[in-house]
Design a protein. Structure first.
Lengths: 315, 490, 293, 315
């Protein structure tokens, strides 16, 4: 009974989880390097950036929106933060500035969508171009490199063998999961995505909350920028290209619908892991990079097909 | 139909139901909200597959796999929930799937529009066939559904609450057509919660309860009370149990309200403890009045006072803050977030209670939702059910529950009992009594004249965006109200 | 090219990984070919991996991390970013995997700062290549001449240094004027479009420098489409096969050749030397030259 | 009265058209090279590829779908066709094979979506990866170049001074506009996008028609591949990257909604022209490459904002 309820409520995620586990099993059988602690930690570390970007994306997609600008915002926030950090100012200040830039760009997206009534696709497409150009102008096209060990520890240090990026990722997931499931903000996100008019008529300030959702998405992009910059010891103005696709893919594989009203962070995390494990496994198996693309595409399709079939049978 | 069974997760919607339909009869399907009427008919029309059971058409066993298949077998259906494409014009909606064509593949839009105009005219509906459906009100959409189903020229016609959104005139036209079809030998399944209609139009009746068939009768052999007892398994007495409350000071005053679209100088006053009924025909502007007061549509001029103080209600948020609750007429579009659970829908306007300081109090949330499910007898396996999976009447109850949980003191009910079963109706009326007793004022918009006459302390009649008549409870009669609504003098 | 081998199929053969920027460019395919030939001769298992897109530095870093997990014996790396890949080279160091850098230098300051080590650098200099191309225009044109540049992906280091080299290369020549410099993102179709647009604004251009051959070939088609074939000299970069054909036919002026095949070969040869404990030079220059008719 | 009706019915497009005209005006004032017959013809030629891809995308978006695989299908169809053409087989055969590959990939997308019940985003994301990998594997990563003059005439020849790509584009637009507005297929596309459930209940074979819609989208991608290959005298396995974004942008700028049920090809053409004119103009003005991105983003936003404002006032 309880299991049935679990299936009902988390059905979508269990399907993808099954896909992920199948993949892990297959890889474990095919290569001895896969199922090692060090490799699994590597995967978790690698996945963290996409997974964090996907958090904001999930919330946006739940509201029936989309954010194409995550990669550009990541780059812009990254280079601004890097520039501050290089001025020998305290690390927290640099972080604050970087996150601030991310939130600012996100809120701007939100305002364009709510006050300007632009379709989210258009507003964030514009922002994608603007923030990218901004990052390039800001740095004259050059990467900003070389940071203090204190800052780099955000990517290189470990806690109980777990890499810091993974810990940050988990922190972001837990916080945002609570935000989505335990706060008014979360309820409104689902409600706006499910039926914006009914939400408005229930007395909710749709404009405000939608704007905040995009602000949150900017924030997670900026958090990802922090990790990426610390990891590469460099902030590049061309960082994060096509990250939006990866983030949307993780979200949708995880069960969110682009039509809004649906989606969970647990699902998104599974989606991001699926893609990360797949890429890692293909490298370990030494698959040629062309064939990799075919396999990645096929696995994404098969994973979600599996999921749909499971869901169908349950009905 | 023999031994039909169907389950949804957590719900046994139908359990071994037998149902038969003769040519040239109107067979009424009766049952409480969630009894399984719509599901049974969806199985007949191919929209839904049964888990078990079989269907025989003219003696032949049939497996109806798709709506297309059902149509080709001569089964035409008016679904309870509208199935219209909002951005397409009326004409395309009516002929979707059966478009008139030229040269085999070219659409003949002109012919389509012409035929649509003719079909609409036959039903006495004044709707521009070229208008997109998204610009139409509920009643108009309902008429389009009817037009669409009738234009199919079917052997079997299923009508799932076709009149719930209609007013007197249209219902009469519809019945005339139903009688004509019956005379032509068409078999008609008719679902409605309006008991008086059932006796007016039906030949036989089948009562469903909790997914099981209770009995089939000839309507001539039974009384309303019998049917209600079979449906609800309990006695229900008085139909309109209005207990008048001594009206107090005005809670809501509207003066010279004019909008850019329809309203022209509407004034009204709603007092504490009063039910103010608003009657009118399709498109009279009643819904617009509700929307304008609730801050949904912008106001061009006029004044609104709440508890005697001027209030500027520019958004539903401000209206709710001022203590107003709106039950909209189109529950699916404006009332509910369908993918969300019952629980979450109820929480939505009540976040100050469920989310104090923005954080969820699970127990409070469950309590509120449970209260609403129990109090309104919403038929659902649990409060986490997506509201889109509920039967139509139960959805309506959830919307009601949203506002009851909030202790508003001004209610605007736009068609509050649309699609609600007899038992629940009486409960809602009792509830209105309780609310007024507790000091609330209710603005009740309804197209069901008996309801308006039975429940209101005072009645306003609207026509073309103006108030054209006012009656006290004692002086209101069906004829007088209708005359004011039509603009003729009685 | 698919060249996967069963891991552990033959434990005696050394496993050498070559990670390039991307494999969908003829330049790196040539490098792969050179490496494969050398690998066959020397009896090593060669693993070639690359990101889908050249600019995806982080993805390249991930690939290196993953290969470290499989404990390859030697790693040859063409870094997508001269600073950004330094940390992952450090990881290889810590895993005890020797690293050879190919084609693009690592940033010296970053290397020193992180204290990472690599066995040698095999390659030539993008900046120098751009400079040679600029100097070539200085020799070809004697009177006042207007030139345009097709830039790569804005902000991408390789392309930027080529363009910088080119600007410095034409500086000594007072008769050479840079009329316009526009990005075409290393892509052939954008090279075509941007060239077409620049031809609208500058009817008097006589020379084009494109920071890779894809854009150069696109520009060449645009010039043909505008019926200006033969009037404008196009110099590209990378000297890919198609460009060499055009040059041989006299339709393209030249292309800077970095000889990727030789880089690939040298990378594997030296990787084997490192494995066998033989000394290798710090810097193995691969000659850079302008291919002309 | 008639003008008002025009405004009401084509309102969304008129707004964007105004934006386009404003842009043309601004560019004409700023650079003498812009408003010349030869430059305008150049723009029309350049725009043709994106505009043709956007035709299929528009139809897909009208059905509330999305197709991320257009660029990859373009590349795959292009290299297969190019390989056939190089075998000295007749040009029409090569074209047929190329178009066939495009339609095939598109239909496969459609089947995954209708029979497999995959969200369009996932199905076409998978196909994007598979077709790209397929193109790379097919050619071993190298471009296929050098074709007969007969084939190249598809891009280089002119008729009454109008470049062939422009003529093909116009042909595709007229044909598909008629398809959308005058046939059952078109009506069903709008109906499925507006309310799939209702369309199904009206007895329409939603699966069949949706599959066909994706097939059409594959076809237009393949037509674009023909022009691109002839134009560059080369088919590249990496052609068409990010074309999906351009095509979606043209469609959405042109007034289609990603929620489905709305959109016209007239609007899409205007959207594609807007983007083409902008890129051309920025090249002519010799704006720095970094600033270009900022301006492109800003103009997209402003154009649609303008449009929204006009629409709002009309209401
Ligand atoms: N898609 C679905 N998923 C889950 N439960 C469903 C679904 N559709 C219907 N049900 C359930 O099946 C039962 C029967 O519903 P049905 O719509 O047939 O009732 P009904 O008799 O038409 O009621 P009403 O008078 O309110 O329209 C209800 O309990 C409803 O909640
Ligand atoms: N969300 C909306 N957007 C646009 N128009 C609306 C909307 N809601 C209602 N309308 C308009 O309001 C009309 C229906 O409401 P109106 O107040 O005119 O009638 P009514 O008296 O409530 O009658 P009924 O509800 O029976 O149709 C429709 O004709 C429709 O054009
Ligand atoms: Mg029902
Ligand atoms: Mg109404």
């Amino acid at each position: 009974m309880n299991f049935k309820k679990l299936l009902l409520h988390h059905g979508r995620q269990l399907g993808t989880l099954a896909g992920l586990l199948l993949l892990v099993l297959a890889l474990s059988l095919r290569t001895p390097y896969f199922l090692t602690v060090s490799n699994l930690l590597t995967v978790l570390e690698q996945v963290s950036i996409n997974a964090i970007v996907a958090v904001g994306m999930t919330v946006v997609i739940i509201t029936a929106g989309i954010d194409l600008s995550v990669g550009s915002i990541l780059a812009f926030a990254g280079v601004v933060m890097a520039t501050v950090l290089q001025k020998d100012l305290p690390v927290p200040l640099g972080l604050a500035v970087g996150l601030g830039v991310g939130v600012g760009c996100g809120l701007l997206n939100g305002l364009l969508i709510t006050i300007g009534r632009l379709p989210p696709f258009i507003a964030t497409l514009g922002m994608m171009s603007i923030a990218r150009g901004g990052a390039l102008l800001f740095t004259n096209g050059r990467p900003v490199s070389g940071f203090s060990d204190g800052f780099r520890a955000l990517a290189t240090s470990q806690f109980l063998y777990i890499p810091m990026p993974t810990l940050i990722m988990l922190g972001v997931y837990v916080a945002c999961h609570l935000l989505l499931t335990r706060t008014r903000f979360g309820l409104y996100a689902y409600a706006m995505g499910g039926n914006e008019q009914a939400t408005h008529l229930s007395g909710i300030n749709v404009r405000l909350h939608k704007t905040l959702v995009y602000g949150l998405c900017g924030l997670t992009s900026a958090i990802a920028a922090v990790i990426l910059t610390a990891r590469l010891n460099s902030a590049q103005p061309i960082a994060g290209m096509t990250y939006e696709l990866d983030a949307i893919a993780a979200t949708v594989i995880g069960g969110a619908s682009l039509m809004g009203g649906q989606g969970t962070l647990v699902g998104t995390l599974i989606g991001a892991l699926l893609m990360g494990v797949l890429r890692n496994g293909l490298n370990l198996l030494e698959v040629s990079s062309f064939l990799q693309q075919v396999i990645i595409g096929a696995v994404i399709i098969v994973a979600v097909l599996l999921d749909m079939t499971l869901k169908q049978n349950r009905k | 139909m023999r031994g039909i069974g169907k389950s949804f997760p957590g719900v046994r919607a139908l359990d071994g139901v037998d149902f038969d339909l003769q040519p040239g009869e109107v067979h009424v399907l009766l049952g409480e909200n969630g009894a399984g009427k719509s599901t049974l008919m969806k199985i007949l029309s191919g929209a839904c597959r049964p888990d078990e059971g079989e269907i025989h058409l003219a003696g032949q066993p049939q497996r109806i796999a798709t709506p297309h298949h059902a149509q080709s077998l001569g089964i035409s259906t008016i679904y309870q929930e509208f199935n219209l494409v909002p951005h397409l014009p009326v004409s395309a909606n009516i002929f979707l799937g059966r478009e008139p064509r030229r040269a085999g593949f070219l659409l003949d839009r002109r012919a389509m529009r012409r035929q649509a105009a003719r079909a609409l005219q036959e039903l006495d509906v004044a709707i521009d066939p070229a208008a997109p459906v998204s610009t139409l009100g509920v009643a108009e959409q309902q008429m389009i559904e009817v037009t669409k189903a009738l234009s199919l020229d079917a052997r079997i016609l299923v009508m799932d609450e076709p009149t719930s959104a209609l007013t007197g005139g249209e219902i009469e036209t519809l019945f005339a057509i139903v009688r004509r079809l019956r005379a032509r030998g068409v078999g008609i399944v008719y679902i409605s919660h309006r008991m008086e209609e059932i006796f007016q139009i039906g030949d036989r009746v089948t009562v469903l309860r909790d997914g099981r068939k209770v009995a089939t009768h000839r309507l001539a052999d039974v009384t309303t009370a019998d049917l209600i007892r079979e449906m609800a398994d309990r006695e229900l007495t008085e139909h309109f149990p209005r207990e008048a409350v001594e009206p107090g000071p005005p809670v809501l005053q509207v003066r010279d309200l004019t909008t850019r679209t329809k309203l022209r100088g509407v004034s009204l006053e709603l007092r504490r403890g009063e039910i103010l009924g608003i009657a009118g025909l399709l498109g009279a502007g009643r819904t617009e009045l509700a929307r304008a007061i609730f801050g949904v549509d912008p106001i061009r001029s006029g004044e609104i006072r709440v508890h005697g103080c001027p209030a500027s209600l520019r958004s539903p948020r401000e209206a709710i803050r001022a203590g107003i609750g709106l039950l909209p007429e189109d529950r699916r579009q404006f009332g509910l977030v369908l993918p969300l659970s019952i629980k979450h829908n109820v929480s939505l306007p009540n976040t100050d209670r469920v989310y104090p300081r923005g954080l969820l109090r699970t127990a409070e949330e469950r309590r509120l939702a449970q209260e609403c499910v129990t109090g309104l007898r919403i038929k659902t396996p649990h409060i986490d059910q997506a509201s889109g999976n509920l039967s139509g009447g139960n959805q309506q109850k959830v919307v009601l529950g949203k506002w009851l949980a909030r202790k508003s003191d001004i209610f605007i009910f736009d068609e509050p009992t649309r699609g609600i079963d007899v038992g629940a109706k009486v409960e809602i009326y009792r509830l209105m009594n309780r609310l007024t007793r507790d000091g609330a004022g209710i603005l009740m918009i309804s197209s069901e004249l008996p309801e308006v006459l039975g429940m209101s302390d005072r009645i306003l009649v609207m026509r073309e965006g103006r108030i054209t008549g006012e009656f006290t409870r004692s002086e209101a009669t069906q004829e007088a109200v209708l005359a004011a609504a039509l603009g003729t003098t009685a | 090219g698919c060249n996967r081998t069963e891991p552990g199929a033959n434990d005696s053969r050394p496993r050498v990984a070559l990670v390039v920027k991307t494999l969908n460019s003829p330049f790196f395919l040539d490098m792969q070919r050179g490496a494969q030939k050398a690998a066959e001769q020397l009896g090593v298992d060669l693993i070639v991996q690359a990101a889908e897109r050249e600019v995806d530095v982080e993805r390249q870093m991930q690939i290196v991390e993953n290969l470290i997990q499989t404990r390859v014996d030697v790693l040859c790396l063409t870094p997508s970013g001269s600073k950004e890949l330094v940390p992952v080279v450090g990881k290889a160091n810590r895993a005890g995997i020797p690293v050879l850098i190919v084609d693009t230098r690592l940033d010296e300051a970053a290397v020193k700062n992180d204290g990472v080590e690599f066995a040698c650098f095999i390659g030539s200099d993008n900046y120098e290549g751009g400079r040679i191309a600029g100097a070539h225009f200085g020799r070809v044109f004697t009177n006042d001449t207007r030139l345009v540049v097709l830039e790569g992906i804005p902000g991408h280091e390789t392309a930027d240094s080529r363009v910088r080299g080119f600007r410095d290369g034409i500086k000594p020549f007072a008769n050479l004027h840079l009329a316009a410099s526009q990005p075409a993102n290393n892509e052939r179709d954008q090279g075509f479009n941007v060239m077409q647009n620049m031809l609208q604004a500058h009817r008097d251009i006589q020379g084009v420098f494109a920071s890779n051959d894809m854009m150069a070939l696109g520009a060449l088609e645009a010039i043909r489409a505008a019926d200006r074939a033969g009037q404008i000299k196009v110099v590209g970069f990378d000297a890919v096969e198609e460009a060499r054909k055009e040059i041989a036919a006299g339709t393209m002026e030249g292309s800077v050749a970095q000889n990727p095949e030789a880089m690939g070969r040298l990378a594997i040869e030296n990787a084997v030397k490192v494995l066998q404990g033989e000394p290798v030079p710090d810097y193995l220059p691969v000659p850079i030259e302008l291919v002309t008719r």
